[in-house]
Design a protein around this ligand. Sequence first.
Ligand code: BG6
Length: 464
Amino acid sequence: MKSFPSTFLWGGALAANQVEGAYREEGKGLSTSDVQPQGIFGPIVEREPGSSSIKDIAIDFYHRYPEDIKLFAEMGFSCLRVSIAWTRIFPNGDDPQPNEAGLAFYDRLFDELAAHRITPLVTLSHYEMPWSLVKQYGGWGNRQVIDLFERYARTVFARYQHKVKRWLTFNEINMSLHAPMTGVGLPDGSSKSEVYQAIHHQLVASALAVNACHEIIPDAQIGNMLLGGLMYPLTCKPDDVFKTLQENRSWQFFGDVQCRGSYPGYMLRFFRDNGIRLDITDADRQALKSTVDFISFSYYMTGCVTADEAHSQRARSNILSMVPNPHLASSEWGWQIDPVGLRTLLNVLWDRYQKPLFIVENGLGAKDEPDAAGMVQDDYRISYLNDHLVQVREAIDDGVEVLGYTSWGPIDLVSASKAELSKRYGFIYVDRDDSGNGSLARSRKKSFYWYKEVISTNGASLKQ
Ligand code: BG6
């Protein structure tokens, strides 16, 4: 009988900059996210006194986390993915000492999770870095940032070694190709050479963090995090098929380095063909050999690829742009919905790496409206999540090792792409709109009760 393993971790995923708020509290420094008030693709706005952003308060998780964690526990979560804001620990990135108030905040957060028997899964860097490192150092383009990141990673590993046993390095590390400021702290318009050099530095930093984690917390596991951007050929024309292979390799390259410990041959050719000469030292090559214990990824949609210039019309997700699949429906934000693609992706990654997989983001952003009784009847979300989880179970039956599933945004939060609160992913509704109006009160949606049942039955309640 198809089922989820008894050890399967169920939960949700958050990112500090999309939930915490408290953006200058207790010594926190400005991050790249703080200077992008309109989201990843909005302009950089240097913070002046009086300027504000929806993210300054976000959903006020910084102060309300006990209430939120209680609700997650009520749903039966065994895992919560959170990220640490680097700027709470090292406000400028290169401060001589870590900020004790920031360290203490995450102590309290992890203690609260432990009190509810929820395992933390912690991302070291989720779409933000100290703004000062961009201004003073030039972001990840500067090799010195590797050492500063390693110092930050070692600081949090040492501090939380008894509280956190599962870690992730960089959120969606492959997204820097599409959003260089958010990914590697480089301005739009940076050359391919600059972006790949910064990515190289980040890959080395990721490997050094893996090494440090193994050294400081020998019983911990640390994974990478990929934006799972699976592409299909638009037709079976051989040129479409080969172009699709290349497009998939453009993100698999990151996984190849992080799982296999060196640059794949196809990338060396890509660099040669594009005149990209990277500065890769012997020490870098040695560092890259520290490979991850498991692979985590986000999955929202698939897209198509064609070699035919006539099909130039592209659909856009938050990060990627792709040729739309004529066989799939789309969300209100134009993201194409493809549950079977998740099974395919799990199998592709398993076949490629033979390392355990963790789905750390998946979900449906929608405009929820509470009914007269104040309840959001989000059957559309239930159906989306149900259909994806059914495919996860199929993949497990295919023999893929899947550690767990944390849906994106178990509580409504600020969206990454456009800093919207009206794009809701949660099982828990938060009373706040795009202009910042609302009481921030939390309430359970219909999907809250649905997910609770899925977890309590370990997936047996899913509808095939
Ligand atoms: C992923 C990110 O790309 O997608 C999250 O890791 C993000 O941070 C999520 O929130 C959904 O995207 P958006 O733009 O709808 O928030």
